[in-house]
Design a protein around this ligand. Structure first.
Ligand SMILES: [Ca+2]
Ligand SMILES: [Ca+2]
Length: 308
Protein backbone atom coordinates (compact mmCIF):
# COMPACT_ATOMS: atom_id res chain seq x y z
CA UNK A 1 0.00 0.00 0.00
CA UNK A 2 1.48 3.39 -0.90
CA UNK A 3 2.09 5.72 2.01
CA UNK A 4 -0.39 8.56 2.30
CA UNK A 5 1.07 12.07 1.90
CA UNK A 6 0.24 12.75 5.55
CA UNK A 7 2.19 9.73 6.74
CA UNK A 8 5.13 10.67 4.49
CA UNK A 9 5.12 14.13 6.04
CA UNK A 10 5.11 12.76 9.57
CA UNK A 11 7.95 10.40 8.65
CA UNK A 12 9.94 13.32 7.27
CA UNK A 13 9.35 15.42 10.37
CA UNK A 14 9.93 12.45 12.63
CA UNK A 15 13.40 11.80 11.29
CA UNK A 16 15.69 13.65 13.65
CA UNK A 17 17.29 15.65 10.90
CA UNK A 18 18.03 15.79 7.25
CA UNK A 19 21.32 16.05 5.44
CA UNK A 20 23.71 18.88 6.19
CA UNK A 21 24.14 21.24 3.22
CA UNK A 22 27.61 22.57 2.53
CA UNK A 23 27.24 26.36 2.26
CA UNK A 24 29.13 28.10 -0.58
CA UNK A 25 30.02 30.91 1.82
CA UNK A 26 28.77 32.87 4.82
CA UNK A 27 28.82 36.64 5.06
CA UNK A 28 28.07 38.80 8.08
CA UNK A 29 26.86 42.33 8.77
CA UNK A 30 30.08 42.77 10.79
CA UNK A 31 32.87 40.72 12.32
CA UNK A 32 34.84 41.39 15.50
CA UNK A 33 38.49 42.25 14.69
CA UNK A 34 41.07 39.51 15.18
CA UNK A 35 43.55 39.79 18.01
CA UNK A 36 46.99 38.18 18.17
CA UNK A 37 45.92 34.58 18.64
CA UNK A 38 42.36 34.30 17.48
CA UNK A 39 40.06 35.47 14.70
CA UNK A 40 36.26 35.66 14.68
CA UNK A 41 35.69 35.21 10.93
CA UNK A 42 32.56 33.67 9.42
CA UNK A 43 34.72 30.80 8.08
CA UNK A 44 34.76 29.58 11.71
CA UNK A 45 31.02 28.84 11.39
CA UNK A 46 31.51 25.85 9.08
CA UNK A 47 34.98 24.53 10.01
CA UNK A 48 33.48 21.53 11.91
CA UNK A 49 34.83 22.88 15.20
CA UNK A 50 32.63 24.14 18.03
CA UNK A 51 35.70 25.78 19.59
CA UNK A 52 36.16 28.33 16.75
CA UNK A 53 33.77 31.21 16.73
CA UNK A 54 32.20 34.10 14.77
CA UNK A 55 31.57 37.25 16.79
CA UNK A 56 29.71 40.30 15.52
CA UNK A 57 31.64 43.56 15.51
CA UNK A 58 28.79 46.04 15.90
CA UNK A 59 28.33 48.49 18.78
CA UNK A 60 26.74 47.02 21.90
CA UNK A 61 25.34 43.51 21.85
CA UNK A 62 24.85 43.50 18.09
CA UNK A 63 21.06 43.69 17.83
CA UNK A 64 20.15 43.62 14.14
CA UNK A 65 23.45 41.97 13.22
CA UNK A 66 23.07 39.08 10.80
CA UNK A 67 24.70 36.18 9.02
CA UNK A 68 23.82 35.18 5.46
CA UNK A 69 24.46 31.55 4.54
CA UNK A 70 24.82 31.38 0.74
CA UNK A 71 23.75 27.91 -0.43
CA UNK A 72 25.36 28.34 -3.88
CA UNK A 73 22.02 27.93 -5.70
CA UNK A 74 18.43 27.13 -4.88
CA UNK A 75 18.04 24.32 -2.32
CA UNK A 76 15.15 23.00 -0.27
CA UNK A 77 15.85 23.66 3.39
CA UNK A 78 14.02 22.16 6.37
CA UNK A 79 15.93 23.45 9.40
CA UNK A 80 19.24 24.40 10.94
CA UNK A 81 21.38 23.64 13.93
CA UNK A 82 23.23 26.36 15.80
CA UNK A 83 26.05 26.20 18.31
CA UNK A 84 24.90 29.47 19.87
CA UNK A 85 27.46 31.51 21.82
CA UNK A 86 31.21 31.11 22.23
CA UNK A 87 31.93 27.39 22.64
CA UNK A 88 35.70 27.83 23.13
CA UNK A 89 35.17 26.77 26.76
CA UNK A 90 32.17 26.70 29.12
CA UNK A 91 33.63 29.81 30.81
CA UNK A 92 33.81 31.72 27.51
CA UNK A 93 30.27 30.63 26.72
CA UNK A 94 29.12 32.49 29.87
CA UNK A 95 31.31 35.52 29.12
CA UNK A 96 29.94 36.34 25.64
CA UNK A 97 26.35 37.10 24.65
CA UNK A 98 24.20 34.43 23.01
CA UNK A 99 21.29 34.90 20.58
CA UNK A 100 17.87 34.80 22.24
CA UNK A 101 15.35 35.83 19.57
CA UNK A 102 16.38 34.85 16.08
CA UNK A 103 14.77 35.86 12.79
CA UNK A 104 15.40 33.58 9.82
CA UNK A 105 14.84 35.08 6.35
CA UNK A 106 14.81 33.18 3.05
CA UNK A 107 15.68 34.51 -0.41
CA UNK A 108 11.97 35.12 -1.23
CA UNK A 109 11.80 37.53 1.73
CA UNK A 110 9.68 35.23 3.92
CA UNK A 111 10.60 35.18 7.59
CA UNK A 112 10.36 32.76 10.52
CA UNK A 113 11.03 33.62 14.16
CA UNK A 114 12.55 31.45 16.87
CA UNK A 115 13.44 31.87 20.53
CA UNK A 116 16.61 29.96 21.34
CA UNK A 117 17.34 28.37 24.70
CA UNK A 118 20.03 29.76 26.98
CA UNK A 119 21.84 26.42 27.17
CA UNK A 120 25.23 25.29 25.92
CA UNK A 121 23.72 22.61 23.71
CA UNK A 122 23.53 22.39 19.91
CA UNK A 123 20.07 23.74 19.08
CA UNK A 124 18.01 22.32 16.23
CA UNK A 125 15.43 24.65 14.69
CA UNK A 126 12.86 23.35 12.20
CA UNK A 127 11.22 25.55 9.62
CA UNK A 128 7.41 25.42 9.47
CA UNK A 129 7.62 23.71 6.06
CA UNK A 130 10.39 22.92 3.56
CA UNK A 131 11.47 26.18 1.85
CA UNK A 132 13.13 26.60 -1.57
CA UNK A 133 15.82 29.22 -1.10
CA UNK A 134 19.33 30.16 -2.21
CA UNK A 135 20.27 31.72 1.12
CA UNK A 136 19.35 31.62 4.80
CA UNK A 137 19.76 34.83 6.79
CA UNK A 138 20.05 34.59 10.58
CA UNK A 139 19.30 37.93 12.26
CA UNK A 140 19.87 38.70 15.94
CA UNK A 141 16.73 40.29 17.44
CA UNK A 142 17.64 39.97 21.13
CA UNK A 143 20.36 38.35 23.24
CA UNK A 144 21.15 36.64 26.51
CA UNK A 145 23.80 39.03 27.86
CA UNK A 146 27.28 37.67 28.53
CA UNK A 147 28.72 38.20 32.00
CA UNK A 148 31.92 39.86 30.70
CA UNK A 149 31.70 40.88 27.03
CA UNK A 150 28.95 42.60 25.10
CA UNK A 151 29.59 40.81 21.78
CA UNK A 152 27.31 38.07 20.50
CA UNK A 153 28.90 34.88 19.19
CA UNK A 154 27.90 31.81 17.18
CA UNK A 155 30.36 28.91 16.99
CA UNK A 156 28.97 26.66 14.25
CA UNK A 157 25.99 26.56 11.87
CA UNK A 158 24.50 23.65 9.93
CA UNK A 159 21.65 24.07 7.43
CA UNK A 160 19.65 20.95 6.51
CA UNK A 161 18.01 20.00 3.23
CA UNK A 162 15.07 17.59 2.76
CA UNK A 163 17.18 14.47 2.05
CA UNK A 164 17.70 11.82 4.73
CA UNK A 165 21.16 11.46 6.29
CA UNK A 166 23.46 9.00 4.48
CA UNK A 167 24.16 6.90 7.61
CA UNK A 168 21.99 4.70 9.80
CA UNK A 169 20.80 7.05 12.50
CA UNK A 170 20.96 5.42 15.95
CA UNK A 171 17.86 5.49 18.13
CA UNK A 172 20.04 5.13 21.25
CA UNK A 173 23.64 4.82 22.41
CA UNK A 174 25.23 2.90 25.24
CA UNK A 175 28.86 3.05 26.35
CA UNK A 176 31.01 1.13 28.85
CA UNK A 177 31.91 4.50 30.41
CA UNK A 178 31.70 8.20 29.59
CA UNK A 179 34.33 10.76 30.59
CA UNK A 180 32.74 13.41 32.89
CA UNK A 181 31.92 16.82 31.47
CA UNK A 182 34.73 19.35 31.92
CA UNK A 183 35.49 22.95 30.87
CA UNK A 184 35.70 21.86 27.21
CA UNK A 185 32.26 20.23 27.18
CA UNK A 186 30.71 16.79 27.45
CA UNK A 187 31.93 13.43 26.09
CA UNK A 188 28.55 11.88 25.32
CA UNK A 189 28.35 9.21 22.57
CA UNK A 190 25.88 11.44 20.68
CA UNK A 191 28.94 13.57 19.80
CA UNK A 192 29.79 10.76 17.35
CA UNK A 193 27.20 12.01 14.86
CA UNK A 194 27.13 15.79 15.25
CA UNK A 195 29.50 16.31 12.32
CA UNK A 196 32.07 18.12 14.49
CA UNK A 197 35.67 16.99 14.82
CA UNK A 198 36.22 18.61 18.23
CA UNK A 199 33.27 16.95 20.00
CA UNK A 200 33.82 13.32 20.97
CA UNK A 201 33.05 10.32 23.11
CA UNK A 202 35.85 9.50 25.56
CA UNK A 203 35.92 6.57 27.95
CA UNK A 204 36.41 7.13 31.68
CA UNK A 205 38.25 4.04 32.90
CA UNK A 206 40.89 5.54 35.22
CA UNK A 207 43.26 2.60 35.07
CA UNK A 208 42.70 1.36 31.52
CA UNK A 209 43.86 2.75 28.18
CA UNK A 210 40.57 2.03 26.39
CA UNK A 211 41.14 -1.65 25.57
CA UNK A 212 37.92 -3.51 26.39
CA UNK A 213 35.84 -0.32 26.46
CA UNK A 214 32.83 -0.34 24.15
CA UNK A 215 30.14 1.69 22.40
CA UNK A 216 26.78 0.33 21.30
CA UNK A 217 24.44 1.92 18.76
CA UNK A 218 20.82 0.68 18.49
CA UNK A 219 18.85 1.31 15.31
CA UNK A 220 15.10 1.93 15.04
CA UNK A 221 14.74 -1.21 12.87
CA UNK A 222 16.86 -4.07 11.49
CA UNK A 223 19.20 -2.51 8.93
CA UNK A 224 22.05 -3.76 6.77
CA UNK A 225 25.39 -2.16 7.63
CA UNK A 226 28.75 -2.73 5.91
CA UNK A 227 30.82 0.37 6.66
CA UNK A 228 31.94 2.31 9.71
CA UNK A 229 32.84 5.92 8.93
CA UNK A 230 34.88 7.47 11.66
CA UNK A 231 37.20 10.14 12.90
CA UNK A 232 39.47 8.42 15.36
CA UNK A 233 40.81 9.92 18.58
CA UNK A 234 40.60 13.63 19.34
CA UNK A 235 39.93 14.99 15.84
CA UNK A 236 40.51 18.69 16.61
CA UNK A 237 43.93 18.71 14.93
CA UNK A 238 47.13 16.65 14.70
CA UNK A 239 48.56 18.05 17.93
CA UNK A 240 45.45 17.15 19.95
CA UNK A 241 45.20 13.82 18.16
CA UNK A 242 48.68 12.94 19.48
CA UNK A 243 47.65 13.74 23.08
CA UNK A 244 44.79 11.23 23.55
CA UNK A 245 44.47 7.51 22.82
CA UNK A 246 43.02 6.38 19.51
CA UNK A 247 41.73 2.99 18.40
CA UNK A 248 43.66 0.61 16.12
CA UNK A 249 41.51 -2.55 16.28
CA UNK A 250 37.97 -3.41 17.34
CA UNK A 251 35.37 -6.18 17.30
CA UNK A 252 31.88 -5.44 15.99
CA UNK A 253 29.11 -7.54 17.57
CA UNK A 254 25.71 -7.63 15.84
CA UNK A 255 22.27 -8.37 17.30
CA UNK A 256 22.45 -12.07 16.29
CA UNK A 257 25.73 -12.45 18.22
CA UNK A 258 27.92 -12.68 15.09
CA UNK A 259 31.13 -10.66 15.10
CA UNK A 260 33.59 -9.01 12.72
CA UNK A 261 37.13 -7.88 13.55
CA UNK A 262 38.12 -4.53 12.07
CA UNK A 263 41.39 -2.63 11.77
CA UNK A 264 41.28 1.12 12.36
CA UNK A 265 43.94 3.56 11.19
CA UNK A 266 45.55 5.79 13.83
CA UNK A 267 44.98 8.91 11.74
CA UNK A 268 43.23 12.23 12.38
CA UNK A 269 41.62 12.18 8.89
CA UNK A 270 38.16 10.74 8.26
CA UNK A 271 38.28 7.03 7.34
CA UNK A 272 35.73 4.44 6.25
CA UNK A 273 36.26 0.85 7.44
CA UNK A 274 34.46 -1.79 5.35
CA UNK A 275 33.32 -5.19 6.65
CA UNK A 276 31.00 -7.97 5.43
CA UNK A 277 27.38 -6.73 5.53
CA UNK A 278 25.19 -7.73 8.51
CA UNK A 279 21.50 -7.03 9.01
CA UNK A 280 21.17 -5.97 12.61
CA UNK A 281 19.23 -3.87 15.11
CA UNK A 282 22.39 -2.82 16.94
CA UNK A 283 26.18 -2.84 16.72
CA UNK A 284 28.52 -3.00 19.69
CA UNK A 285 32.06 -1.77 19.00
CA UNK A 286 34.51 -3.27 21.50
CA UNK A 287 37.97 -1.72 21.26
CA UNK A 288 40.70 -4.39 21.21
CA UNK A 289 43.85 -2.31 20.65
CA UNK A 290 44.74 1.36 21.06
CA UNK A 291 47.58 3.68 20.16
CA UNK A 292 48.56 5.57 23.30
CA UNK A 293 48.50 9.35 23.45
CA UNK A 294 51.34 11.41 24.89
CA UNK A 295 49.27 13.25 27.50
CA UNK A 296 45.93 11.56 28.32
CA UNK A 297 45.50 7.81 28.73
CA UNK A 298 41.85 7.90 27.58
CA UNK A 299 40.44 6.52 24.35
CA UNK A 300 38.41 9.08 22.36
CA UNK A 301 36.43 8.80 19.11
CA UNK A 302 35.28 12.06 17.49
CA UNK A 303 32.85 10.80 14.83
CA UNK A 304 31.47 7.32 14.18
CA UNK A 305 28.49 6.27 12.06
CA UNK A 306 27.45 3.06 10.29
CA UNK A 307 26.53 3.09 6.61
CA UNK A 308 24.61 0.54 4.51
CA1 LIG B 1 33.41 26.65 14.41
CA1 LIG C 1 31.81 14.83 16.91
Amino acid sequence: MPLSPLLLLSLALGSAEAKNLKPASISASSTYPADENVNYETTNLTDLKASTVWAEGAEGSGLGSFLVVDLGGEKTVTGARLWNGNWYTSDFWQRHSRIKELEVEFSDGSVEKFTLKDEKLPELIRFAKPVKTSSVKFKIKSVYTGNTYNDTCVSEVQVFDDEPVDYVKPAAYKASSIYPEDADGNYSPSNLEDGLVDSMWCEANKTGDGVGEWLEMSFPAATSVSKLRLRNGNGYNMSFFMKANSATAATLTFSDGKTEKIVIKATVAEQTVEFPAHTTTKVKITFDEVRKGKEFNDLCISEGTFLP
